[in-house]
Design a protein around this ligand. Sequence first.
Ligand SMILES: Nc1nc2c(c(=O)[nH]1)N[C@H]1C(S)=C(S)[C@@H](COP(=O)(O)O)O[C@H]1N2
Ligand SMILES: [Mo]
Length: 240
Amino acid sequence: MTQQSELRSSNRGTPVGRRVVLGVVGLGVVGVATGRWLSQGVGDVVAATAPGLASVIPAAGGFRIYTVTSGYPEVDPAAYRLSLSGLVERPLSLSLTDLADLPQTQMTKDFQCVTGWRVDDVPWSGVLLRDVLDAAGVDQDAAALTLTSFDGAYTESLTLEQAMRDDMLVATTMYGAPLEVKHGAPVRLIAAPMYGYKSIKWMDGIELTREVQPGYWEVRGYDVDAWVGQSNGRTDEPVV
Ligand SMILES: Nc1nc2c(c(=O)[nH]1)N[C@H]1C(S)=C(S)[C@@H](COP(=O)(O)O)O[C@H]1N2
Ligand SMILES: [Mo]
């Protein structure tokens, strides 16, 4: 993987870009909600600088769990729908069964947060974003996607060209098991070549638009194009 090798061969230790620092300052860092520790924000300064805290943050194999709301939203799997709207030929409202009926794709990819932590070789499965888009049929004048979450707050964006790549997954499983609530159940995006903030959790909507509408962290200063190793001023090797 080109971006991976670039990351591994690039310089160590360059501080997180200025915009990233500005993005993190002022956010609540760690809070207790519903009896659980939650990391709030794109990065977690406390966990990054206080190793003792990392162990109390629930996480599978190095993941830190992020939410920009006060908890993790949950939905009855039978009631869940993923809507495809906007500039599409056939607006869709896909149940989990509908998603399971589409071609299933597996991929094993590193997961990299812009703040520096990374989890290598995570197996995901689900439906290629491209296959979901094909099911709805993309209008000729569509050029971008706006992704929404049923947490009611988080949004993300992709260009249509990015969305059609073969490493953009509408994920329903992780490590061979259904996604856990904290990781975005029942459906999250995995934008494998991009920083983790692109991988929206609890995803419930994909709207096709003419222009990119910057997402939650993007309107707060992070790069809209979030290629690992190439954006947000980062040239450092990730710290897991
Ligand atoms: N809905 C939602 N999706 C989100 C986030 C969030 O706060 N809310 N955080 C993003 C960020 S910055 C990262 S690094 C990953 C973290 O995924 P994890 O919580 O499964 O470890 O989720 C991304 N998707
Ligand atoms: Mo992140």
